[in-house]
Design a protein around this ligand. Structure first.
Ligand code: NDP
Length: 357
């Protein structure tokens, strides 16, 4: 057997990636996880840091097995590593703490390592699925050859794409409240959050810890967020919901960064300036499939297409997809972990069928 060819390479390090790693490691396939580059400025800016979107979130209340009341001491004893740089220091556990996103991800990573998973902290920038074994190229030009690939690179937050938004990125404009919300520039100031889904409500609620008032700009007259999250937004006295309202322009100066948001009521056409020091986008996601273009079938919005019902097969035999990168519908940590497990079992069966294990 060619020792320089991997059995399974998992690209991505969210719940799908680690579930796939745990299963393939326990099946003795010696998986390699390419988890992403934690030092990349691009990754920081677009929210594609290792450990995925959960590394950018706060309390996780809906992942089974982590009821409120857990202690940080228990978590510490389970981890053998020092906290990694992307552990979000702002997330102080509450008295009724269950688990937060970065903690959950660190524990999944550790669980995969405990079974011998090898981890490389790089980005995959190119793949060649035309020839076998497949070749993956990382950002520093290294190549990895492998018999199977599990793509678990997830999705990232969208921006509106207006020039003023771009101009003030990192100076008041952000798509990650948990990463940036605690910055001094937002303290006791007005903040705007754009969007009406669970992310928008979660970000708005989180930002009330820092800002004096959070303006939630919703383009329709209803929230898309789940009922429990809607109630949280409506009951929070520091959140004002602006219905039928869209961002026209981010206002600011060279020195101060963001100083306001010009918003428009799309029913009346009325323009209004809100005094805010921050504009947080929470308007949905784009799958991280740029490095796969032309290599595997994707849908019109870039999500990988599963080609067989209830299987993680892609258009390329031996390439499997798990988690949000192939799911624009459920997009939950638990569904990502579930499909990560499925991809691991699919890869194991593929390797056995071809006589590799
Ligand atoms: P969603 O797709 O659910 O919501 C996106 C929101 O952004 C919608 O309200 C949408 O408006 C709005 N929007 C989209 N484009 C624009 C635009 N150009 N201008 C203004 N508004 C815009 O994305 P989320 O990130 O909120 O959630 C994704 C998934 O993750 C969901 O399944 C959600 O349940 C889950 N999630 C769960 C959490 C939890 O359970 N704690 C926390 C966060 C996310 P419109 O409604 O008009 O389309």
């Amino acid at each position: 057997m060619d020792q320089s060819v991997e059995n399974v390479v998992i690209i991505g390090s969210g719940p799908a990636g680690w579930a796939a790693a745990i299963y393939t490691a326990r099946a003795n396939l010696k998986p390699l996880v390419i988890e992403g580059d934690p030092t990349s400025e691009v990754n920081r800016q677009q929210g594609t840091i290792p450990l995925g979107q959960l590394a950018l979130t706060t309390e996780v209340e809906n992942y089974p097995g982590w009821p409120a009341g857990h202690t940080r001491e228990l978590l510490k004893s389970a981890l053998t590593d020092e906290s990694l740089p992307y552990w979000v220091a702002a997330n102080k556990p509450q008295p009724n703490h269950g688990i937060n996103g970065p903690e959950l991800m660190e524990l999944m990573r550790q669980q995969a390592r405990n079974f011998g998973t090898r981890i490389v902290s790089k980005d995959v920038v190119r793949v060649d699925f035309a020839d076998r074994p497949f070749t993956l190229t990382t950002h520093d030009g290294q190549q990895v050859r492998t018999r199977t690939v599990i793509v678990a690179t997830g999705a990232r937050a969208n921006y509106l794409g207006m020039p003023s938004e771009d101009r003030y990125k990192n100076r008041g404009v952000s798509a990650c409240a948990v990463c940036d919300g605690a910055l001094p520039r937002f303290r006791q100031k007005g903040i705007a959050v754009i969007g009406g889904g669970d992310s928008a409500v979660e970000e708005a609620t989180y930002l009330t810890k820092f800002g004096s008032k959070v303006n939630l700009l919703v383009r329709r007259d209803a929230l898309r967020a789940s009922k429990i999250m809607q109630a949280r937004a409506m009951e929070n006295p520091k959140i004002e919901i602006h219905w039928n309202t869209e961002l026209e322009e981010v206002l600011g100066t060279e020195e101060a960064g963001v100083t306001g948001a010009l918003v428009k009521n799309n029913k009346t056409g009325q323009l209004r300036e809100l005094p805010v020091s921050g504009v947080f986008l929470a308007i949905g996601h784009t799958p991280n499939t740029g490095f796969l273009v032309g290599q595997v079938k994707t849908n019109e919005t870039g999500y990988i297409v599963w080609t067989t019902l209830a299987r993680t097969y892609t258009s390329v035999e031996g390439v499997f997809a798990a988690g949000d990168v192939a799911d624009d519908y459920y997009r939950q940590a638990i569904t990502a972990a579930g499909t990560g497990c499925m991809a691991a079992l699919d890869a194991e069966r593929y390797l056995a069928h071809h006589g590799h294990v």
